[in-house]
Design a protein around this ligand. Structure first.
Ligand code: NAP
Length: 534
């Protein structure tokens, strides 16, 4: 088509994966267009500008590792950097590698249709402009399709209201304001503890409490940064060896292999240590053995009771329907102490459900509240949601959304049979964990595959039905026995606000990252023989 620009590859999204994928494909000498909905780079860190947004994993473990020069140039100011710093970092990367000239902003992809006759993808933007490419690489993120609650009247509020993942670029002042927050996941917790510092009043609407743990953030001075920099090779090596690419190594001991005193001392040490140690570095059976899980849950419950003065409020903040670590653990800085402030109210909406959002506030079954600002920290249509929002069609016009109706089916989490030349970065069934570490591997593997096609004059790369069936079965079998798969959360594909997402599915790869990489390396080393290449 004359009005269609053609590229070797189209990458959807200019977040951490899209940026690196562009850099790598350029090294193959390919023409690439990155289509990005936002006005700038950064993906997650571009969109999630809500107050208090910051890393939950160590800043330096979150850096790209592919460029020694970049590692040497960049200083992190805190062990867990705040969102503005991360966004600055990703902008710095985009400038350093001159990435912007191949990125088109304000370009939300609405459709991508495979063309069987030419083995190419037709890609359409919301504004109607069209592109075509040999390869289509989705870098659209597992947590990028925000969802508002399906509460009656949600659009009727006349004050200011924001979803955390669509936060305005201008500062929002809470000074003296009556603020409501709905949602107490990792985002809600970060938001609440920040807004509580200045709001006139803050009312938190909590449906399910989560098990939170102290972040223990601290500044990094020049001397410490120099030390961190010198330790990068060792740090990235460690991240390659751990289960989920975090710097924390799981404790090889079982919960009941140590004395009561030793166990308690271990929990205390982990609770007082920075970052995900208490989640990722705990006893090896914490997430598989119910009794082991009950002990750590009891430990954290005691901490909550100690930190929250009003014991009725403390009880509401202690999860009762899932154990510690079976959902993503929100990391906090004085979160529980917020509830000791006089101007903060916790509303348990299981006890007094929200009936509707009104022009002036929120009405529960018991009380009508008035607010100036409502913040929706209500999460995402995770993992498959960002795919569902694009009309992706493979061979014979089949829709990916229909194909995945009962849960995703993939080959290595990267390809889907019937959708040739489409590769997913951080798609369903890949190892997520410490995201940039997983992304770098994912991107390198996809680059290897695309490079192989280029070198061998291949125009069509496709997963086989058998390959998809076997990987999907494998991923499902890895999930057996994990307590987290018995719990409703975005990780099990649940979103109460999205039709059809009320049944738990296995959406994530839950094996170890080293095992994932070994399997993918093997496929590449064998010349992708398991795939259909032509
Ligand atoms: P989330 O964990 O899915 O939490 C959404 C919250 O909104 C939950 O408390 C949920 O309650 C509540 N909610 C949803 N719909 C509701 C409704 N209709 N009525 C009342 N409450 C409702 O989402 P998130 O907090 O945005 O976090 C998602 C993920 O993003 C995290 O798990 C994490 O992986 C990532 N994240 C990372 C960072 C970081 O690295 N620094 C920070 C923030 C988030 P229920 O639990 O009852 O459904």
């Amino acid at each position: 088509m004359a009005d269609q620009q053609h590229y070797d590859a189209i990458v959807i999204g200019a977040g951490i994966s899209g940026l690196y994928q562009l850099h790598r494909l350029r090294q193959l000498g390919m023409t690439v267009r990155v289509l990005e909905a936002g006005t700038g780079v950064g993906g997650t860190w571009y969109w999630n500008r809500y107050p208090g947004a910051r890393f939950d994993s160590e800043s330096y473990s979150y850096s790209y590792s592919f460029s020694e020069e970049l590692l040497q140039e960049w200083d992190w100011s805190e062990h867990f950097a705040a969102q503005p710093e991360t966004l600055r970092y990703l902008n710095y990367v985009a400038d350093k590698f001159d990435l912007r000239r191949d990125i088109q902003f304000r370009s939300r992809v609405s459709a991508a249709h495979f063309q069987d006759t030419t083995n190419t993808w037709d890609v359409t933007l919301e504004d109607g402009s069209r592109f075509s490419s040999r390869f289509l690489i989705t870098a659209i993120g597992p947590l990028s399709a925000p969802t508002l609650p399906t509460i009656p009247g949600v659009d009727s509020f006349l004050g200011a209201s924001f979803h955390t993942a669509r936060w305005p670029h201008e500062p929002v002042s809470f000074e003296g304001k009556r603020v409501a927050v709905i949602g107490t996941g990792a985002t809600g917790v970060q938001t609440i503890q920040e807004v509580a510092k200045t709001a006139g009043t803050l009312t938190v609407f909590q449906r399910t409490p989560n098990w939170c743990a102290p972040l223990m953030n601290a500044k990094i001075d020049a001397a410490e940064m120099a030390k961190i920099r010198a330790g990068y090779p060792e740090l990235f090596k460690r991240c390659q060896e751990t289960f989920a690419c975090f710097i924390h190594t799981v404790d090889p001991r079982g919960t009941f292999e140590v004395s009561d005193e030793e166990r308690e001392a271990t929990y205390e040490r982990l609770y007082a240590s920075p970052g995900f140690g208490i989640w990722q570095g705990n006893f090896r059976d914490m997430l598989t053995d119910r009794k082991a899980n009950a002990l750590i849950s009891d430990f954290v419950a005691r901490k909550i009771r100690q930190r929250v003065k009003n014991q009725a409020v403390a009880e509401k903040l202690i999860p009762k329907n899932h154990g510690f670590g079976t959902r993503r653990v929100p990391m906090e800085t004085k979160y529980y102490e917020v509830y000791n402030q006089d101007n903060i109210t916790l509303v348990d909406i299981l006890e007094t459900p929200i009936e509707r959002i009104t022009p002036t506030g929120i009405k529960t079954s018991k009380t009508e509240y008035e607010f100036d600002i409502i913040i929706f920290a209500t999460g995402f249509d995770a993992i498959t949601g960002s795919f569902d929002r694009i009309d992706i069609r493979g061979t014979g016009g089949q829709r990916l959304k229909d194909r995945w109706k009962s849960g995703p089916e993939t080959y290595l989490g990267v390809l889907v049979e019937g959708f040739p030349n489409m590769m997913m970065l951080m798609g369903p069934h890949t190892a997520l964990g410490n995201i940039p570490r997983s992304i770098e591997y994912n991107v390198d593997w996809v680059t290897g595959l695309v490079g192989y096609a280029k070198d061998h004059g291949l125009t069509r790369l496709e997963a086989t039905e058998a390959g998809v069936a076997s990987w999907t079965d494998h991923v499902k079998s890895l999930g057996v026995g994990l307590l987290s798969n018995e719990v409703n959360s975005w990780m099990t594909g649940i979103n109460s606000n999205v039709e059809g997402k009320q049944t738990r599915i296995i959406a994530r790869y839950s094996g170890s990252a080293p095992a994932y990489r070994a399997r993918c390396d093997d496929v590449a080393a064998n010349g992708y023989q398991e795939m259909a290449l032509s």
